[in-house]
Design a protein around this ligand. Structure first.
Ligand code: AMP
Length: 397
């Protein structure tokens, strides 16, 4: 692995890296940084927790000089992710007087307009609010030389495609575009073909495999005992920090109520019906240890960098198998060991099979010893082994 110095980053950025404590580049950084420094467009596929933010942030900051125009625009699907990237960009530009501004919905316009009047160099934004500001004439993108489209698959899932296109349209054609998406379905490929110029591909690791350091299992149970089992599982787990994913906001709220009764538990919740200021507090409190459990809907939590999560619990099997990989990617970050538990009920067997096919592994079924299980046929079921896909046989000429 080359060192950060060998990648060609500028002195102030190398000094900023020294403050972060990163000792060597991650694989995606080693690949993407030299390409971005040569001003190549990049199309990157990478799991969360691989150091993607620094892979684009470091080379961009390295090439920027303070000016009076917006030079770099980063689009993110969620407010939390945007805030996290803003934090990191501030860290990377510690020794360069760059002005980084965060724009997202859910908060008033006043501070954002003031910040824009101060001539930012870098904007990190969610597409909806970004477009609002553009339509109000609050900012000009004519000086954008670096455009980052991050978590593009999620932006598309959230219906941001038209907004994203309109924003890209307002950026100069002469620019460097860095495009990251965990998956590349045709709609995303089409967007990439339109937005990128002769991109270099960077793909790190097996996109499908859950983080190697995570031990994960399904806990089969009857539907009526889902709550009881999850509470018991948490009671018996020696955890420091747990993220629990639910499918709906209602499930998140009712689970939060149950967790409050567990001794030693300091739970909070994160979903889109919670006011932005409370979402920020929940996340901050979870990061600093005020809370040790966070119940979140997937949309609110995807891609968040919450290092040191010791356990992930899925209240239901995710409907979208990629989400399984993303979620359990929250634990086992930065090579720490982590555990991921998924509650499995009979109505979710199909989803469970999809997940196993997607990751090409059979997921172990575990029983919680001494738990007063009501009988369900699921408890007797032995999962069919999942066969690895073989490469297609070569055709004879
Ligand atoms: P990301 O994939 O950008 O969300 O980053 C995941 C985590 O890895 C963050 O906590 C980063 O601060 C951390 N990180 C990024 N690059 C490195 C590196 N080269 N060495 C150690 N940690 C890193």
């Amino acid at each position: 692995m080359p060192s950060f110095e060998e990648l060609g980053l500028s002195r102030p950025v190398l000094r900023a890296i020294a403050r972060t404590g990163y000792t060597e580049p991650t694989p995606i950084q080693a690949q993407a940084i030299p390409l971005a420094l040569e001003r190549r467009d990049i199309i990157g596929a990478s799991q969360t927790g691989t150091g993607k933010t620094a892979a684009f942030g470091l080379p961009i900051i390295s090439q920027m000089q303070p000016s009076t125009r917006v030079q770099c625009l980063v689009l993110e699907p969620t407010r939390e992710l945007a805030a996290q990237v803003e934090d990191q960009m501030n860290v990377f530009s510690y020794y360069k007087p760059l002005n980084v501004v965060l724009l997202h919905g859910g908060v008033g316009y006043g501070h954002q307009i003031e910040a824009l009047e101060n001539k930012p160099d870098v904007i990190i934004a969610t597409p909806g609010r970004m477009l609002d500001h553009m339509e109000k004439g609050n900012l000009d993108l004519g000086g954008v030389g670096f455009l980052v489209l991050d978590e593009v698959d999620r932006m598309l899932d959230m219906g941001f495609l038209p907004d994203v296109k309109r924003i890209i349209d307002q950026c100069p054609k002469e620019r460097n575009t860095l495009f990251f998406s965990a998956t590349m379905p045709p709609a995303i490929q089409t967007l990439a073909n339109w937005a990128l110029r002769d991109p270099a591909s960077v793909e790190i690791g097996e996109r499908r495999s859950p983080a190697e350091t995570v031990s994960h299992a399904f806990y089969p149970v009857g539907m009526d005992q889902r709550d009881e089992l999850i509470v018991e599982l948490i009671k018996r787990t020696d955890f420091e920090s747990v993220m629990i994913f639910t499918r709906t906001k209602k499930e998140a709220d009712s689970l939060l109520g149950l967790l409050k009764d567990i001794e030693g538990a300091r739970p909070t919740a994160l979903h889109s019906d919670i006011r932005q200021s409370d979402r920020t507090k929940a996340l901050q409190g979870f990061r600093d240890g005020t809370y040790n459990l966070i119940v979140a809907t997937d949309i609110a939590a995807r891609g968040l960098d919450i290092s040191g999560v010791t356990h992930v619990v899925n209240y239901r099997v995710p409907e979208n198998p990629e989400d399984y990989v993303h979620r359990i990617g929250r634990t086992g970050r930065a090579k720490q060991e982590g555990d991921a538990f998924t509650i499995l009920t009979a109505d979710e067997l199909e989803n469970a099979k999809s997940v196993e096919h997607f990751i090409e592994q059979t997921i172990e079924r575990r029983k919680l010893e001494g738990f007063p299980y009501n009988y369900t046929a699921l408890l007797d079921e032995n999962p069919a082994p999942v066969r690895k896909r073989r490469p297609a046989p070569k055709r004879r000429r």
